[in-house]
Design a binder for this molecule. Sequence first.
Ligand code: HEM
Ligand SMILES: *[C@@H]1O[C@H](CO)[C@@H](O)[C@H](O)[C@H]1NC(C)=O
Length: 407
Amino acid sequence: MAASNSNTSIIFLYTFLVLLLLQTQISNSLTCSSQKLSKNKLYKQCSDLPKLDSYLHWTYDSSKSSLDIAFIAPPAKPDGWIAWAINPTSTGMVGSQTLVAYKQSDGSMTVKTYNITSYKDVLLGKIGFQVSKMEAEYVDGVIKMYASIVLPQTYGKVVNHVWQIGPSLKNENGDLNVHGFAADNINSVGKLDLMSGSTGGSSGGGGTISTTTTSGGGISSKLKKKNIHGVLNAVSWGMLFPIGAVIARYLRVFEAADPAWFYLHVFCQLSGYAIGVAGWATGLQLGKQAQGFGNTLHRNIGITLFTFATLQIFALFVRPKKDHKLRFYWNIYHHGLGYSVLVLGIINVFKGLDILQPLKKWKTSCIIFLCVLAGIVLVLEVLTWVVVLKRKSDKTSKGGYNGANVS
Ligand code: HEM
Ligand SMILES: *[C@@H]1O[C@H](CO)[C@@H](O)[C@H](O)[C@H]1NC(C)=O
């Protein structure tokens, strides 16, 4: 039974790796400087925003504190919304003084303003600056939103801005349905230097825009938490548990490795569990901040993993003796949970990687590690069967053998 179990998990693993490797990223190669805006609207500066295939064109007159903008982005779905905002109080969504464009039920486009006071309160109505000439158009899957703004002097010449795209509206009053929570949706924030943009004529390399990695901001500390969460869980579920399982399955066959394999196995699983619990706790905190939006699958797998792993630790303490008649059932329980933790753990590490989207090298390292481990498993599996079959034939010829049990 253990043999067929491990085959399924190997197949699972490989399917996953292939899917991951096939994943391609399509990026929009247009730059803002080559974009045509309708009605011959001209702006002095523009920038290719680093996330969500979005672009900002603007003209800023510092003497009047006036800012004309065009914001261009593809809504998440054809009947969705696009939003651009200045945040005078922090670096994220909360506090944003927001302009949102979408298609109304009669087919015409509209622009509305929203005062975002919490992740739950996106309030249609007055915002912290004067806005006029709000217009929008829908062209080839992209919404172009225009507005003229008078900024309060207190905002300064470098402002925090955020942008977002959403799938749909709740109703005709302009209540929005929530956007996605992919890495692009979470990192669509930055600083906008109103004075020094790339000029509209040259290629907009986005020199004025930075996704915030500066200190002190809510986003960067949140990102740091997410990175810690990722590393802890990758080490625990992605490395220690699989290594511990490999040790248990293959080392025990060799009599010389008894009982060393058992202590190594317990060491891997216990330290994996400790680190995994720490990772889980950071995950709970992140989940609380997101207030029940998004990433449900990642969260549910995480909770299941924690439960299974905890049951697995309990199993250690209620282990019947090797020759006890209940040991057979205990083995089924322990192996079943063990393989589930293994497969779910790896799935969730990759789910997490997809949500966080760190530098490519992290995902690549994880894939290489698992490939190497899978290679080792393959070799050991073959060796094990050779050893076991040899013992079987020795046993039938000599009789009376009662060595290690491979199940
Ligand atoms: C119904 C409307 C909305 C809901 C319920 C909502 C909810 C949320 C939640 C819960 C997060 C945190 C996700 C996480 O930390 O994993 C978030 C992030 C974010 N949202 Fe929204 N959102 C809405 C509308 C908007 C709009 C209109 C904008 C455009 C300005 C926006 C921009 C952002 C950005 C840039 C982030 C990432 C930065 C941050 O966490 O503050 N959201 N949203
Ligand atoms: C936006 O909402 C906050 C919190 O309710 C409030 O303090 C602020 O005055 C509002 N801004 C505007 C322009 O109404």
